[in-house]
Write a protein that binds this ligand. Structure first.
Ligand SMILES: NC(=O)c1ccc[n+]([C@@H]2O[C@H](COP(=O)([O-])OP(=O)(O)OC[C@H]3O[C@@H](n4cnc5c(N)ncnc54)[C@H](OP(=O)(O)O)[C@@H]3O)[C@@H](O)[C@H]2O)c1
Length: 319
């Protein structure tokens, strides 16, 4: 299958690195700004998006640009050009999951976004599968690698500022990590999971949240003496017909499973009826783990494993 990758940053480089080792995937174009072109792969690079959109041989586009307006426009253009679309962009997915999923179904292509929640954890496809049979009653998660890394260091007596600096140096926090620290990143992710679980559009402005910087108000030594651990947790619960969402700091008992999720790791607990509880743990950030989730989506499309797609064989030319 011929693919193009849009964005040659942290995640894009990981996607390119993995794709170049896979014989079923033929990477034919990489889009980024001219100054980002990699001399060793120079023949693949372009800064002209139309070259990709108008190339009928390209069947799938991976978007790892980030941002909203341009990325959203590209998503619509790619899908209406009958190209499968894979993205890690939680902002676009959280705001437009329903519109883009509908557009993709109309155009008989797949719209996949596994890497937009929980990095490498296969939570989107598993949640979709669980909803086929089960009622989802609650979702609880640690879904931001940066803030979990900061709290893990602070438990070892780092100051907030030193922990953030360490997260940036290790490549877990972006140079401007405000979306992570304010809680918006985790709000978008719990909104995406809630939309999948309950088929309801979530307006993230309605999510009760505190920024992780509030940790400075807590006495972590006292919490530790009480055999508890402070974690930044997102939660979505369906009570009667209402969905209650929050992103907050919670002092968990040390025998709570989530209190043991450290550093850049993420975890999601899905409570269901009748199947019971499911726990997913994995790396929530970083180039290759996130890229692995994206390439997993490419393989699902290649092997027609995406759950909500009507596969039109005429549009679906597998080599
Ligand atoms: N980093 C992670 O651990 C992680 C984990 C899960 C999901 N994600 C998501 O993955 C996506 C990519 O993240 P990233 O960390 O790889 O970002 P990044 O390192 O900033 O890479 C994005 C690349 O795309 C380029 N780009 C953006 N807009 C462009 C435009 N209009 N025209 C041409 N080039 C453009 C950027 O160039 P400029 O810098 O010059 O704009 C940059 O080279 C984001 O949606 C992010 O939320 C990231």
């Amino acid at each position: 299958m011929k693919i193009a990758v849009l964005g040659y940053g942290v995640i894009g480089r990981g996607v390119v690195e993995i794709c170049l080792t896979k014989k079923e995937i033929e990477l034919v174009k990489i889009f980024d700004r001219k100054e980002k072109f990699d001399k060793q792969l120079i023949d693949l690079f372009t800064d002209n998006i139309d070259e990709i959109l108008n190339d009928d041989s390209i069947e799938l586009i991976v978007e790892v640009l980030g941002g909203y307006d341009f990325a959203k426009r590209i998503a619509i253009d790619a899908i209406t050009h009958h190209k499968h679309f894979v993205t890690a962009n939680k902002e676009v997915v959280a705001k437009d999951i329903d519109e883009l999923s509908f557009l993709a179904r109309q155009n008989c292509v797949a719209f996949c976004y596994e890497a937009s929640v929980g990095g490498t954890i296969p939570i989107v496809k598993n949640l979709k599968a669980l909803t086929l049979v089960n009622e989802i009653t609650k979702i609880t998660g640690i879904l931001n690698g940066t803030t979990n890394y900061i709290l893990s260091r602070m438990k070892e007596n780092f100051s907030f500022e030193d922990a953030l600096l360490d997260a940036k140096q290790k490549g877990f926090a972006e140079s401007n990590p405000s979306f992570d620290l304010e809680g918006f990143d985790m709000m978008r992710k719990i909104a995406i999971l809630s939309d999948l679980a309950w088929n309801t559009k979530i307006d993230i402005k309605q999510i009760k949240h505190v920024p992780v910087t509030e940790v400075k108000k807590y006495n972590l030594k006292k919490i530790s003496k009480e055999k508890k651990t402070l974690k930044y947790i997102c939660e979505a619960t369906k009570i009667d017909q209402e969905i209650h969402l929050s992103v907050q700091l919670v002092a968990l008992e040390n025998d709570d499973l989530l209190s043991h999720i450290n550093d850049e790791y993420n975890a999601v607990i899905i409570e269901t009826k009748p199947a019971g509880k499911f726990v997913f743990v994995g790396k929530g950030a970083g180039s290759l783990p996130t890229a692995a989730a994206i390439v997993g989506d490419i393989y699902d499309i290649l092997h027609q494993r995406v759950l909500d797609v009507y596969y039109n064989k005429n549009l679906y030319k597998i080599q």
